[in-house]
Design a protein around this ligand. Structure first.
Ligand SMILES: Nc1ncnc2c1ncn2[C@@H]1O[C@H](COP(=O)(O)OP(=O)(O)OP(=O)(O)O)[C@@H](O)[C@H]1O
Ligand SMILES: [Mg+2]
Length: 254
């Protein structure tokens, strides 16, 4: 599905990613873990085209995407959420989700805004799809609320609904449970499993190891911009290099 080959990225001469290579398999959840500052969000920005890689190749189903702009990559079927919420506070919850459809349905969306009678059904179809996505994340009854009125955990779910609404090939989730309590986290885990069972491919950046062990089929570990390990969750849990990356960092900050 997605193949990264020796992806590197620098910020002002400092390396944030150094020759990172791995693959994402179709229909699988791959977790991307690593200590703070390891380069996880930077990698998501490279894949989604928000902040392109400096070097290396990124291929989506064989097609090179590393130099394409973000909206083209989104149109090819890669959706994402952000570590820091990016919702339009004054728009309704439903409209926030519909933003996720404008990429793939841009033309029909704008034509339907002209309210041509023959095209009204398209607008209805899009809104129905948005409501379905909200329903998948338990938010259908709040579709008309302004996004600002939602609790933090609900906002995280709106972002997920927006990422999944276009039925993308690949969804990049940047810390979907950060700041959530145990009940909310269990809810997100359930949503991720449901989306996986529906055939979605996901890259999950997460610090919550319980969630990672619970939902991931494969784990990739970054440390200081380098990929230091990859494999099934059980193997990663006991990998000495991974333990050292985490424990070393904890000792350094203790
Ligand atoms: N826009 C930027 N300009 C300069 N340096 C940056 C920028 N974005 C990230 N960095 C640096 O790149 C490195 C990787 O950051 P990144 O945000 O990708 O880490 P992360 O693994 O997502 O960490 P966290 O778990 O804290 O979210 C860090 O050293 C960070 O300071
Ligand atoms: Mg991050």
């Amino acid at each position: 599905m997605l193949e990264l080959t020796r992806v590197s990225k620098w910020f002002g001469g400092l390396p944030a990613l150094q020759e990172v290579s791995f693959r994402l398999e179709t229909g699988r959840v791959t977790a991307l873990i690593g200590p703070n500052g390891a380069g996880k969000s930077t990698l998501i920005n490279c894949i989604s085209g928000v902040d392109p890689a400096g070097e290396g190749a990124i291929r989506l189903a064989g097609r090179a995407i590393e130099t394409l702009p973000a909206h083209v990559i989104a149109g090819l079927g890669i959706a994402r959420t952000f570590q820091n919420l990016k919702l339009f506070d004054r728009l309704s919850v439903l409209d926030n989700v519909l933003v996720g459809l404008t990429v793939t349905a841009e033309r029909s969306f704008f034509r339907s805004m002209l309210r041509l009678p023959a095209l009204r059904h398209q607008e209805r179809r899009l809104r129905l799809r948005g409501l379905e996505a909200l329903d998948d994340f338990g938010l259908a009854e709040k579709a008309a609320w302004p996004a600002a009125a939602l609790a933090y955990g609900e906002k995280k779910r709106v972002e997920m609904a927006r990422a999944f609404v276009s039925r993308p090939r690949l969804v990049l989730l940047d810390e979907p449970v950060a700041g959530l309590n145990a009940v909310e986290t269990a809810g997100i885990a359930r949503h991720i499993r449901q989306q996986r069972n529906a055939g979605h491919t996901m890259l999950l950046v997460e610090h919550d190891m319980e969630l990672v062990m619970d939902v991931a089929d494969q784990v990739v570990v970054l440390d200081s911009g380098r990929c230091i390990a990859s494999g099934p969750p059980a193997a990663i849990r006991n990998n000495p290099r991974v333990l050292e990356a985490y424990l070393g960092r904890m000792e350094a900050t203790a």
